[in-house]
Design a protein around this ligand. Sequence first.
Ligand SMILES: [Zn+2]
Length: 350
Amino acid sequence: MSYLNSEDPALRRERVGWANGIVFDSRDSPILLDPTSGRRLQQDWNVFISHAHSDHTYGFSTQAKKYCTEETLWIYEALREQKVKNYHTMKLGETIRIDDFEVTALNAGHMLGSCQFEIVTPNFTTIYTGDINCVDTLTTQAAERKSCDYLIIEATYGHPSYQFPRRGTMYADIIRWAMTEIKEEKIPTFQVYSSGKPQEVIRLFNVYTKIPVVCNPTIARANDVHNDSGIKLDYLDSSTAEGGHTLKTGGCVYITTSSDHMPRNASRAVATGWAIRQAFRKCTSFPLSSHADYDQLMQFVASVNPKIVHTFTGYTDILSTQIERRLGIRATQLPVISQTKLLDFGEVTT
Ligand SMILES: [Zn+2]
């Protein structure tokens, strides 16, 4: 089933599909959600960016009009140390009207500033989840659930084998491991992305221990945005004299984005949902994820009760099959439009 090939004139009229991101053809000025490259986007196009992870932020480097939450903008600017032009920031719950479409930002629970987009078109309501997490964490609240006609949902961990332990259990495991390593005069060192996961891990040690946390300078810049946004993080920047001294003397946790400048006596760890099925060489792994696991995804779909689901990213086939079998809701992978036809957008979608 494709919106674009549908025999239902109402669906065809909505003209939704995939072309370098999820596209809604709103007549004069197309709406593009999380474009997957910055090429060919024109100044009058409307680009909505769901969160600040780099695989979702290609739109920031284009001349198109950008829409995102202010936290997403701030994290992006802090990490790249550059300013974005031609943007409009949205608060959660705020609605932007473009032609006869309305786009509303809803909390996605994935990282600071992350949002889903609800797109109300003349004939139906669509929700695009971006990356979602459906449980509370120390830095985010579970994704909002709102009913819709069409749901476009990520399937990163949409395989039944991905069942994450309770978050409290994982938090306890991480602290226990770190304390053991410190007792053995090692420095527990987490290698993570620069935003989202590191701030959750910092908050974990801040809330439940008195162990000092040292971060590399990139993560420190994202930390500043969290502090400015009300998520208090106590940490030292490794590029400062105090941070460097603490790393040398030990008795701390180190959080970094790469294997460069690993401290002496580092004991490496990763925190990722892939740890459920994947072994990592020479490091400890914790299945702490900022994404929903399989059960969360299925419960999310059931609770928003859409007529049709489209899956994107990861286990798209398996999740859509499971949704059809277990929930009785029509589900397929998101229909794909050839990128070469993007410039003939009007023709492709009629
Ligand atoms: Zn993400």
